[in-house]
Design a protein around this ligand. Structure first.
Ligand code: G3P
Length: 217
């Protein structure tokens, strides 16, 4: 399963790249709004750092506006994936942009039916928002499982990109279900590394080693 970083902060992405576990980045208007400077420059810097798919979202709300904005975003760097919100305008824009060879990530997906429509118009990625589904007391990972099942039935090439991830359990469940990508906030990536038994085990190995060295000295 590919791991993307859900962040628009270039320094954060640059710090994670040397770990070699990051395959791409997802941004959205909320994340980009937190950053200073020109958003296109920020996206270009993130693309140079990660050299994998970087989702950049349109803010237009009509199909023609989304298509024009999508083309401009795609021109920033070959790694840009244009993110469009699900809806009639987003589906139309996805069909046109995908037809031009521009990869599209259909976002704000909350039902298997929406994911089916996104795949039919050639989306490269579909983004179910699991955390936000769970915010309204519904099973977010069940949504992912249903989308994976539908895509397998028809051999759609659209990749299932699990978004709105809130913790390591979402990442593990996504991998068990065969999702293609999980996009994680930086703090969740940190959590994936942590286990108290690893810390305790390492402290014991080092203490035993130091004790043996002291006896020999
Ligand atoms: O990039 C979209 C998504 O991951 C948003 O997550 O935590 O704002 O629901 P969240």
């Amino acid at each position: 399963m590919k791991i993307f970083v859900d962040s628009a902060n270039p320094e954060t992405v640059e710090a994670l790249v040397p770990l070699r576990i990051v395959d791409g980045v997802t941004t959205n208007p909320s994340l980009l709004a937190r950053e200073s400077g020109d958003p296109h420059e920020t996206l270009a810097r993130i693309c140079r750092a990660v050299r994998g798919p970087v989702s950049a979202e349109v803010v237009a709300t009509d199909a023609d506006g989304m298509i024009g904005e999508g083309r401009r975003l795609a021109a920033i760097d070959e790694h840009i994936v244009v993110k469009v919100p699900f809806g009639k305008a987003g589906v139309q824009a996805c069909a046109v942009l995908s037809g031009e060879g521009i990869r599209v990530n259909v976002t704000l997906v909350f039902s298997p039916a929406q994911a089916l429509l996104a795949a039919k118009v050639g989306a490269a990625f579909v983004s179910p928002f699991v955390g936000r589904v769970e915010d309204i007391a519904t099973d977010g990972m069940d949504l992912v499982s249903r989308i994976v099942e539908i895509y397998e039935n028809y051999e759609f090439e659209t990749e299932v990109l699990v978004a709105s991830v809130r913790g390591p359990a979402h990442v593990v469940e996504a991998a068990r279900m065969g999702a293609d990508v999980c996009t994680c906030p930086p703090k969740v990536i940190d959590m994936l590394f942590n286990h108290p038994l690893t810390d305790i085990g390492l402290a014991k190995f080092l203490a035993d080693w130091d004790k043996a060295q002291a006896v020999r000295a």
